[in-house]
Design a protein around this ligand. Structure first.
Ligand code: NAD
Length: 328
């Protein structure tokens, strides 16, 4: 029997590059597509095409056969420093919406079997996430809609776009709302990094008994899902009969101060935290996993600290590498 074939859009990014590796390990033939190659390792894809998914012709050219599985992960995104300042709103909305419009149309023409779309916890309304101890992120709570960023609005629009193509054109669509995915080979500096990577980098760079800076008072809450767990949930959803949208996240909610203390414990360092003003996002957010447990029998299997330890070790190596290059 010939191998199943998969297309991964955003294969040069953090989740996409890990996903390609996982699909290859499972024996699929994989085409990856992105504006760039993965930043920290060689791609595992059989075929990697560099190009801009905002271009309809390019999307048609890469969907040149009937893929068994299409994963649409490409998006113009970043951490709070990128999404919440307002400076990139037009780009974020234009680029990500164009990618989704073009990819769906290309998949419709080639009758792709099923397409996975990575939405985000950022679609949930601000009004349900003001109390750090009791955020409400059940799937139906997305409406009445009031995301706190244009990034979230674009994701919500695209969820509806994918569901429309399923309804009108019979494409099987699977939609996950990811909640803060982290792990080795994620962006760890430069402005697009997320909280776990930023904190690990600051802790790794600081001398013992030194100081790190943190945006805000650190009492805002979040949950974080390790990359391997994210891939388990993604594949389970894609190959199921359930379309979603469904949360793919962890329910282990921590404050950002607790996250920083966890990183210090892993590093074996005692550091002082200096709180400074900065872009923050909502006060509280946690994944609610009732629906995914019920429909797919899935839940993360390991505690946050295990994933953070693996991520810290990887970031520490990057920091050491940078210091050695600067000293040379
Ligand atoms: P990432 O930024 O590392 O990967 C996205 C990739 O898309 C990048 O490699 C980028 O070059 C590519 N891309 C952007 N515009 C493109 C274009 N015009 N043409 C071709 N490629 C283009 O992000 P990630 O963390 O791997 O996230 C993957 C997906 O999951 C995104 O859709 C993101 O919105 C979603 N998501 C991620 C998280 C998270 O915590 N990482 C949370 C919620 C949702």
């Amino acid at each position: 029997m010939s191998a199943r074939i998969a297309l991964v859009c955003g294969a040069g990014g953090f989740i996409g590059s890990h996903l390609v590796r996982r699909l290859k390990a499972e024996g699929l033939w994989v085409r990856g597509v992105d504006l760039k190659f993965p930043a920290f390792s060689e791609t595992a894809a059989d075929d990697f095409v560099i190009g801009d998914l905002c271009e309809p012709d390019f999307c048609r050219s890469i969907v040149d056969r009937r893929f068994d599985e299409v994963y649409q992960l490409a998006a113009d995104m970043g951490g709070a420093g990128y999404i919440f300042t307002g400076e990139h709103d037009a780009e974020v909305m234009h680029n990500s919406a164009s990618i989704n419009l073009n990819m769906l149309e290309a998949c419709r023409r080639r009758a792709a079997s099923r397409i996975f779309y990575s939405s985000s916890a950022c679609i949930y309304p601000l009004y349900n996430q003001e109390d750090p101890d009791n955020p409400n992120c059940t799937e139906p709570s997305a409406y009445p809609a009031a995301p706190d960023s244009e990034y979230g609005w674009e994701k919500l629009f695209s969820e509806r776009l994918y569901l429309s193509y399923q309804r009108n054109h019979g494409i099987k669509v699977r939609i996950a709302r990811y909640h803060n995915i982290f792990g080795p080979e994620g962006t760890w500096r430069g402005g697009r990094e997320k909280a776990p990577a930023a904190i690990c980098r600051k802790v790794a760079e600081a001398p013992d008994r030194g100081e790190i800076e943190m945006w805000g008072d650190g009492n805002q809450t979040r949950s974080f899902l390790y990359i391997d767990e994210c891939l388990d949930g993604t594949l389970r959803l894609t190959r199921s009969d359930f379309s979603g949208p469904v949360n793919v996240g962890s329910e282990e909610m921590v404050t950002i101060n607790e996250l920083a203390r966890m990183a210090m414990r892993i590093a074996g360092k005692e550091l002082t935290v200096r709180h400074i003003p900065g872009p923050l996002g909502v006060r509280g957010r946690n994944s609610d996993n009732h629906l995914i447990r019920e429909r797919l029998g899935w839940a993360p299997s390991r505690p946050l600290e295990a994933g953070l330890a693996a991520t810290y070790r990887w970031i520490e190596q990057q920091v050491r590498g940078k210091e050695l290059r600067q000293a040379a």
